[in-house]
Structure formats: structure tokens, C-alpha cells
Design a protein around this ligand. Sequence first.
Ligand code: NDP
Length: 322
Amino acid sequence: LREPVAILVPDHFNEHASCRIDQIFQRVTIEQADPALVTEEMRRTVRGIASFGGINAALMNALPNLEIIANFGVGYDSVDASHAAQSGIMVTNTPDVLTEEVADTAIGLLINTVREMYAAEKWLRDGSWVKSGAYRLSRLTLRGRSVGIFGMGRIGLAIARRLEAFGLPVAYHNRRQVEGLAYQYHPTLKGLAEAVDTLISVAPGGASTEKAVNAEVLSALGANGIFVNIGRGSTVDEAALAAALASGTIAAAGLDVFADEPNVPQALLAAPNTSLLPHVGSASEHTRRAMADLCVDNLVSWFAERRPLTPVPETVQVRPRS
Ligand code: NDP
């Protein structure tokens, strides 16, 4: 780069990404992505943002020279990508490099939920094994299950491949059927839930999936039903899920994501038939480093060659200003 480009980065950003930005750009930190914290100097100089989501239209409007938002993560529902597109701002995300890691986590969470490993480990650690003997037999098993995937995209497919190796039949729901994919397609989520007893959601957040997993879908899943969410908390009606778990409408749930992170509804925390993780789908050092590299490589490619590596669909048409 001929001249240093100012990149706005919120505090507590990924360390490897921050180091790389320091080497190539001028890193400008902001306590949080809040337009009220934008200074006159930021207004004048900032041409890029690297962030872990949370970029709204007001922040974009506060930065008149902003050209690109490099989102750290594949899910970018907390970046207003349609406003970015209208404003000629490129948005990039970090697909593919996290796919296998998140699929691994989904399978771990599924087994943890079905075989109650969270409770069995607690039983060992709190001395119950010594005091009271063997942990009880798990009520549920993966054997004989059929699995529905809500969101058969990159990660959904990686989960399906794993489930195939487990000997479990897979079906899915997307808005569009995936061409050439042999798994059974269901044009509605309710239809998918009726056809399976195990539902894994890996759909993106946003208006089109908001509370899609509702009371009706959970009831269609049935009393032996398992629900696993590795996608976004906003896709679930959490009150309906808590009620379904409490009433036995479904058997158990494994959740990595929540509607209002890091706050988890008390009813889900208190339920005995939930396995809950603090949004760790991609959270290994290995995968977060790969995501950091792709996030920064998008900025480098944009400012050096005027082309992004992994633009999100909404901003594919955005062209550099100069
Ligand atoms: P993809 O874009 O490859 O897949 C998304 C899939 O969801 C597509 O098949 C799409 O099909 C489907 N979909 C989108 N909107 C709808 C809708 N309204 N109704 C039904 N299906 C829909 O994304 P990835 O597989 O790479 O990632 C998926 C999501 O996983 C991310 O958006 C992110 O939210 C989440 N994620 C969570 C992580 C974690 O740490 N827990 C880590 C990484 C990702 P179609 O367009 O045909 O509807």
C-alpha cells in the first residue's frame, strides 16, 4: 500500500487480526461500534472496518470515507449489508475456513445432548460416581434417529456428511432445493420437522429466519425430538422452546447460540434436558486464526487490488470508488 489506510477496529478484537492490521494499515480502535464514539479524525480518515459483527447504518453514515467492512465470521446478520450495498460499501465475511470446525462442534453438541455427557461428567466430578454408583442410563440415543438440517449450506453439508458416516438418514429445508444433492428436500420447515425426530439448525440470522423454529415446528418434531442450534439464536422462539422442553413436547435441546448473547434465558438454564455452550462453534485457536487471516486478506486485497476475496451476496456488485 502506498499510503497507510486507517482501519477502524473495535476493542477486544481478535489478536492475530489486530497484529496483522498493525503491520499493514493504521489501526484505529474504538471502544465499541457506536456512532456516538466516532471522532472528527475518524470521520476524515477511516476507509475500512474490521469487526466481529454489530455494524449498523448509523455507524456507516458517520464514516463518509468508508469503503469496506471486513466481518470476522461467516454470519453477518448484525451488519446492515443492504444499507452497505445502497451506500456503495463492500462487506466481506469469512466462509469455508470455519466450516469443518463448526460441523465438528455441531456433532459434539448433538451427542452431548442425546447422551447427557454434560450431566454424566458432572456426576463424576462431584463425586456421585463414588458415592452413588453408575450414572443413569441415558433416555435418548442417536441410534435409529433421522436428522433434518435447517440450512443446508456449507456447514449444513459438512454436518450431513458426518451424519452419513454415523449411519443416520438426513433430510433438509432451504428456500431452494440444492441441485444434485441426494438428501430428501422439504419445501417447508414444518414439513421437515414432521419427517424427522432430530432437527439441527444452521440457518443464518436475519428477518427471513426470525423465530422460524416456533411452537408449531417443535410440536411437529415430537416427544422424542431433539433440537440442536449451531446457527443463530434469533432463528428460534426461545420462549416456545423452553415451554416445549418443560412440557415434554420435545425431549431435549443442545444450543450454542442464543437470541440475546451472552444472556441465556433462565428457563433454558434451569431445564434439565439442555446442553448449553457459549457460542463456541468456530472457537479454536486454529480456526480463529484462519478466520483472522481471511478477514485481513479481504482488506489487503481491496486496498491493494481493488477486489474483495469473499464479498457477501448483497454487496457483490459494489465497485471501488477510485
Ligand atoms: P451458507 O450461506 O453456506 O448456508 C446457509 C443456508 O441456509 C443456505 O443453504 C440457505 O439456502 C439457507 N437459508 C438461508 N435463509 C433461509 C431461510 N430464510 N429459510 C430457509 N433456509 C435458509 O452459510 P454457512 O453454512 O457458511 O453458515 C451458516 C450460518 O451458520 C451462518 O450464517 C452463521 O449464522 C452460523 N454460524 C454459526 C457459528 C457458531 O459459532 N455457532 C459459526 C459459523 C457460522 P437458501 O438460500 O436456498 O434458503
